[in-house]
Design a protein around this ligand. Structure first.
Ligand code: ADP
Length: 702
């Protein structure tokens, strides 16, 4: 546009007349023969030839006046054409020209043709100044847009990946999950999510699935969730802690799964699932011993009616974490010797090996486990972990008992399955896990695609999917408003959701807070836990009130809004068996930054700066699960502040400078199959393998 306008103008220009003084000062003069006069040829400046002949001075003055008028009109047109394309670089060029011409004394009263500037008369300086102003404004705008990067289109032309179609299994089984928490009724972490969603996927495959969990009454709103459960009137009495304890079973069907809630007074108290403001409950060993005993009875005693009957004793038990860890031991020690559960199989699932359910070994007799099985539970702490010199460090370790007696062990990612066999990751159980490594598998968790669906999420401000990101922008603005941040599209909004404890690494965020806040970012943290970290959040909010918000507590709604509204999710976990937040984040196009450990390492594909940011290629990379795509997030390898901060800084740089790549990463993240479908098939395989093998603890063996 600009070049075309310039050449048109040059063609339309009449021959220029210059005074000899000016001509001689700005060009060389050659004598021409045969024309009856002196013809001056001004050395062309920037491609425009100006020439003049000796003429009558009045006529010449008129002609000049006309030319000036004509040129002014053209200038006005050119100015408007130029408005859209002027950049700072060009301004400098013009100013240089100006200085150059001033230096040569070429401006006064002259008419000049400048190849790529507009032409002026005596007010040329003024025009340049005006030009400079326009250009400076334009340059500022360009610089600002370079800061936030060119807008990536919100519509991507990408079609959302259809959900996998569940085919029915040819080998239906009866499966019983036992867990201390299950979403949506009770939840403190990922265990609840897994036990709430995986059973529903297994039902879709055609299995019959029961989940046994306590019926908590904590004096909270969530207590009402149990109102849909009916008393099965199948009370049973279990023997432990030197007494017979009567428990009730309440039943609720949800998406075809039989959720069974164990009712007992020990689950009814004001506080949390495992503790209150005074710390962890002192009777947790009792509460979860009771749960395991009750769960072993449930398939035998609960008649589900309508021709369904009981589950019977050919079930597969899935005992989750230490809270359910007595189930495999009770099956092996208390039932099989009497002919019950001979065809049952038990799977111990480790969601977090940090928690093993240890108590002094003097409590063994409370557990209701036959005394000749003591050695399965006995564990001795290494000397450096004992309290004093006389302390032998002898405890009963319920998770150890579960690993020792279950048919198979499963954990929630392949990476974590390896890590727990090492001294660093095994937390004292590594040797036992190495011994059982041929029966140890890792399967990455899936997510509940209905609960975590950006198109239907009731907690967020607008729906969106991979084909159109405008809703995500609305979610971001909504979150910024809610947090009292400046509403800006061009600032990376980062989030953290999780328990505030050593495992999740929020201390790394704390230690890097000054560097982080020096970046052009906004950060919101949601979580509760260690008082010093909660206090840090308060302090940071006061100190960096424009960029930092800390939300102390547990809020499902808030976790959804942060997941949807943020650009980046921080997961600096020291160890992470699987981690669900990064999966939720990727489903919402929020790119995770995680420590390269366990499930984070297994599920986040590193950002690839050499990738082609084409949206369709990003989809292809997600479908093929290849590393050739743009990636889905960032992984850092050293658990130190500097490495963490550098990683965040890199991500922010990409956010500012390469929105196409950012969008491609979001597309790859959102196009992955994060559903339970593939994971459920793998779990099913583990159940089948367990069924093929003879029981790990056969009565004769003991
Ligand atoms: P873990 O089970 O180790 O705590 P996961 O990442 O596996 O960690 O799962 C954590 C689950 O708990 C996620 O669903 C996460 O959204 C949720 N969560 C953690 N802290 C909070 C909180 N403060 N408010 C709401 N949800 C939370």
């Amino acid at each position: 546009m600009y070049a075309a306008a310039t050449s048109c103008r040059a063609a339309a220009l009449p021959a220029r007349c210059l005074s000899s003084k000016k001509a001689s000062s700005s060009g060389s003069i050659h004598k021409m023969h045969g024309s009856g006069g002196v013809r001056r040829v001004v050395k062309p400046r920037r491609g425009v030839v100006a020439e003049s002949t000796d003429m009558d001075m009045d006529a010449q003055a008129d002609l000049i006046a006309q030319q000036i008028e004509e040129l002014k009109k053209q200038n006005a047109r050119l100015k408007s054409d130029l408005g859209g394309v002027i950049a700072e670089r060009e301004v400098k060029k013009k100013v240089n020209n100006l200085e150059f011409l001033e230096g040569k004394g070429a401006l006064e009263g002259s008419t000049l043709g400048l190849g790529n500037a507009y032409v002026g008369t005596g007010d040329l300086r003024e025009q340049f100044m005006e030009y400079e102003k326009v250009a400076a404004a334009k340059a500022k705008e360009l610089a600002e847009s370079a800061m936030r990067g060119p807008e990536a289109p919100v519509g991507t032309g990408v079609t959302p990946r259809p959900p996998p179609v569940f085919e029915k299994t040819e080998n239906p089984m009866s499966i019983v999950f036992v867990s201390s928490e299950v979403a949506p009724w009770s939840k403190t972490g990922g265990l609840a999510d897994v036990c709430g969603s995986l059973p529903r996927e297994l039902v879709k495959r055609g299995h019959r699935v029961m989940v046994v969990s306590p019926m908590y009454k904590l004096g909270k709103k969530e207590d009402e969730l149990y109102h849909g459960a009916f008393d099965t009137c199948s009370n049973t009495t279990v023997g432990c802690f030197d007494a017979a304890h009567e428990v009730g079973f309440f039943h609720q069907i949800y998406d075809g799964v039989d959720f069974v809630f164990v009712k007992h007074a020990c689950y009814e108290r004001i506080g949390g699932l495992y503790g209150d403001s005074y710390g962890v409950y002192g009777d947790n060993q009792f509460r979860f011993t009771l749960l395991s005993h009750a769960a072993c009875e449930a398939p035998l005693v609960i008649d589900f009616g309508e021709g369904k009957g009981t589950y019977g004793d050919e079930v597969v038990f899935v005992a989750n974490d230490w809270h359910a860890g007595l189930v495999p031991l009770l099956v092996a020690s208390k039932y099989r010797p009497y002919g019950t559960y001979n065809n049952c199989r038990t799977i111990t699932t480790i969601h977090n090996i940090m928690h093993q359910g240890t108590e002094p070994n003097t409590t063994f007799n409370n557990l209701g486990v036959p005394s000749d099985w003591y050695s399965c539970l006995e564990y001795q702490y290494p000397e450096e972990q004992r309290a004093h010199e006389l302390d032998l460090g002898l405890v009963v370790n319920i998770l150890k008992g579960a690993i020792a007696t279950s048919d198979r062990v499963l954990t929630v990612s392949e990476g974590y399955a390896q890590e727990i066999q090492t001294p660093l990751g095994g937390k004292g159980l590594e040797v036992m896990l190495q011994e059982r490594s041929h029966r140890l598998d890792g399967v990455v968790n899936g997510i509940d695609m209905d609960e975590w669906n950006p198109m239907t999420d009731p907690y967020t401000d607008a729906p969106f999917d991979v084909s159109d990101f405008s809703g995500k922008l609305e979610c971001k603005r909504g979150l910024q408003r809610e947090m009292g941040f400046e509403v800006r599209d061009d600032v990376p909004l980062m989030g953290f959701i999780g328990r505030l404890d050593w495992q999740k690494g929020p201390d790394l965020i704390r230690d890097a807070i000054h560097e982080l806040m020096n970046e052009d970012v906004q950060l919101v943290m949601l979580g509760s836990g260690l008082p010093e970290l909660e206090e840090f959040m308060q302090w940071a909010e006061g100190t960096y009130s424009e960029k930092f918000r800390g939300w102390v507590g547990f809020s499902v709604a808030m976790s959804h809004r942060i997941t949807a509204g943020c650009d980046i999710l921080l997961m600096p976990s020291r160890f992470e068996p699987c981690g669900l937040n990064q999966l939720y984040a990727m489903r919402y196009g929020t790119l995770p930054i995680g420590h390269a450990t366990g499930g984070l390492n297994d599920t986040i594909t590193r950002a690839n700066p050499y990738a082609d940011p084409d949206p369709q290629l990003a989809v292809a990379a997600a479908v093929d699960e290849s590393d050739l795509g743009p990636g889905t997030g960032w992984l850092f390898t050293g658990m130190d502040t500097r490495t963490f901060y550098n990683c965040v800084s890199n991500a922010c740089k990409l956010y500012h400078e390469n929105p196409e790549m950012w969008r491609a990463m979001q597309i790859q993240a959102m196009s992955q199959d994060l559903s339970w479908y593939n994971a459920a098939l793998k779990w099913e395989k583990v159940f089948e393998w367990a069924k093929i093998d003879p029981p790990h603890c056969e009565p004769a063996q003991w």
